[in-house]
Ligand binder design. Structure first.
Ligand code: CMC
Length: 426
């Protein structure tokens, strides 16, 4: 039975239809609101606004649930490969054996990067942040691979290129930043192994691929692969809605992800933990700062727009920190600092009342450190993981029969009309 919400405005009743999702979530469809009443809605930060219908990712922020195409992220983290997860997100179902082999072959075929792109890298100042470089380079890919982006096969090639080359480009940027020779991808290695090898192999110290490191990276990327309409994904959709090419839309997503309130938080967390550790390890002061209304400081790696309970991804990350560090026999004092900080916040009324729990970024940096990733590459690691999600969301929006260019409205609060004053009279 169709459900409606009735809005009464200036004596007129307007029936607004309710839309129900497959998990029972409900939304008021206000697409006729302005036409019927002259009103718009105002929702800063879009906290109550659904921007699309989507069949990709389901999150329940109250219960701490996250599923890709219906499959719990816990199951994927335990059993799937990152490639399978990417296929699942982009194509809507798990691949069969042939499809997975085909994907591997295509990723291998497209994993090299045009050598002219190397020159671009060398012209960035040495201290450039890798996220800025990656965003520019992905945008530049359009000039090197100028397909039309319209035919399905061309889109498939662009998607494969992105999945294959962004990983190579990320490792290249690290090598160039260190003044080292670039290591090329190898056909005999898996997606995760190849990345680690491109990052860490050198002619004088061949990289020994450790099973534990590969597994940690696999889980890290799977957990980052999609998170419905977050800031970077919404940016990809919004920019994509102008029918810009996929490279540019992804480059926009990377730019948005760089922000410390979004993907940049993984770098900020380690810097914060390092700071606590170097100053004697006492977490009290930083907790006080985070609670101080007059201080804009926030505890990095805590809080989430949707999760009002423990982030399910953070649970997996935390467990993995312990397992990984034990397996590769290293200790990281920042893990102890992180656990102490978490323990104190979980008992603190401010954090309890505000529903602030560790998010994915709180423990992920410790995993990345353990496998040797430098801190300024952390957000790049997030970006590689999020790539399948951005692509899936972009594809879904392009195929949407109700597609429209994204164009929010506003309530104007500036001056009312007044006349231009010539400069001599001001
Ligand atoms: N530390 C201290 N107080 C916080 C924090 C925090 N990390 N996060 C939220 N609050 C407080 C905030 O001050 C506000 O308090 P009050 O209502 O008393 O004024 C209340 O909680 C609600 O905050 P909000 O800014 O309205 O919440 P939001 O949903 O807009 O923001 C967030 C979500 C993730 C931006 C925010 O929690 C935050 O800044 N966290 C730190 C950065 C971080 O870890 N980001 C990674 C997010 S997960 C990965 C990703 O999505 O990229």
């Amino acid at each position: 039975m169709d459900e409606f919400v009735t809005l009464t405005y200036r004596g007129k009743e307007v029936k607004l239809p309710l839309v129900t999702g497959s998990e029972g979530e409900k939304a008021i469809d206000i697409s006729r609101l302005r036409a019927e009443t002259g009103l718009i809605t105002l929702d800063p930060g879009y906290a109550n606004t659904g921007s699309c219908l989507s069949a990709i990712t389901f999150m329940d922020g109250e219960k701490g649930i996250l599923r890709y195409r219906g499959i719990p992220v816990e199951q994927l983290a335990e059993k799937a490969s990152f490639k399978e997860t990417a296929y699942l997100l982009i194509n809507g179902r798990l691949p069969n054996r042939d499809e997975l082999t085909q994907l591997s072959v295509r990723l291998n075929d497209h994993s090299l990067v045009h050598t002219d792109l190397k020159a671009f890298y060398q012209n960035f100042p040495r201290a450039s942040h890798p996220m800025g470089i990656l965003s520019s380079m992905v945008n530049a890919m359009k000039s090197f691979y100028p397909e039309l982006d319209t035919l399905e096969e061309e889109i498939n090639i662009t998607v494969t290129r992105l999945l294959a080359k962004v990983r190579t480009m990320a490792a290249m940027s690290y090598k160039i930043s260190r003044g080292h020779e670039i290591v090329l991808p190898r056909p005999d290695l898996t997606y995760c192994e190849n990345f680690l090898n491109m990052m860490f192999d050198t002619p004088v110290t061949p990289y020994e691929i450790k099973r534990e490191a590969v597994n940690a990276l696999r889980v890290f990327w799977i957990l980052h692969a999609d998170h419905e309409q977050n800031c970077s994904t919404s940016s990809v959709r919004m920019v994509g809605s102008a029918r810009v090419n996929l490279y540019t839309a992804i480059s926009t997503g990377i730019a948005a992800l760089w922000g410390p309130l979004h993907g940049g938080a993984n770098q900020a967390v380690i810097e914060m933990l390092d700071n606590i550790h170097n100053n004697g390890g006492d977490c009290t002061k930083i907790i006080q700062r985070a609670k101080d209304k007059n201080d804009p400081f926030r505890l990095m790696g805590f809080g989430h727009r949707v999760y009002k309970t423990y982030d399910p991804r953070a649970k997996i990350m935390k467990k993995m920190c312990d397992n990984l560090l034990a397996a590769i026999q290293i200790t990281d004092p920042l893990l102890d600092t992180a656990k102490e900080l978490e323990e104190m916040t979980l008992k603190d009324p401010y954090f309890i009342d505000h529903n602030l729990y560790p998010n994915i970024d709180f423990y992920s940096g410790i995993i990345l450190r353990a496998i040797g990733i430098p801190t300024n590459m952390f957000t790049v690691m997030f970006a590689i993981g999020r790539l399948p999600g951005w692509i899936a969301q972009w594809k879904e929006s392009m195929d949407d029969p109700n597609w429209k260019i994204s164009r929010p409205r506003q309530i104007y609060t500036g001056h009312q009309q007044y006349d231009y004053v010539p400069i001599h009279a001001r």
